[in-house]
Design a protein around this ligand. Sequence first.
Ligand code: ADP
Length: 186
Amino acid sequence: MPIIINQVTISACQGDITSWQGDMIVNASNSGLFGGGGVDGAIHRAGGPQIAEECAAIRRKQGGILPGEAAVTCAGKLPLLGIIHTVGPIWKGGGAGEIATLARCYLNSLDAACTQGARSIAFPNISTGVYNFPKALACQTALKTVVDYVKERGPGGLPLERIEFICFEKDNADLYDETLKRYSDI
Ligand code: ADP
């Protein structure tokens, strides 16, 4: 169930982010920007070696990125404006600032997309794979952060028109459906 806030459509669906059509996708990367398993591996495989080359250039320049930060590369063979690489927190029980760090992943990715003038962005469910962040809490954190971001900037305050969450797993897709429905009821 999509919601529209300040002319921005926020929605979720089940799918593979590498076949999403729009301007920019977010990658749940690692601090070294090395390209690993999960969504990271899928994006590197689909986009080809040019993405890894640009990740290596970022590594040489600034030694990678910290959890919560974001960096932009080209999208290689993927028909997109670019890829936003962010590093989610590894879940350690919740006492290590994991929620705030996950929120910063979404904020910094949105800022990066806006800086690039992107009109649409797709997010995977950052940290909910091998980084083990509880899925319901990750969903609440992601949606609250994105909704607040769009609300705070007011009508027409962003180049973005479309923000989508691409859930690879059905349980995540169901969580986003339920949570978006609660927002639409308000
Ligand atoms: P993290 O290290 O941040 O946990 P993972 O890649 O292990 O990253 O998992 C993050 C999320 O991405 C998980 O919910 C996983 O199911 C999902 N995922 C894996 N492959 C894809 C894909 N091709 N498209 C979208 N999401 C994916």
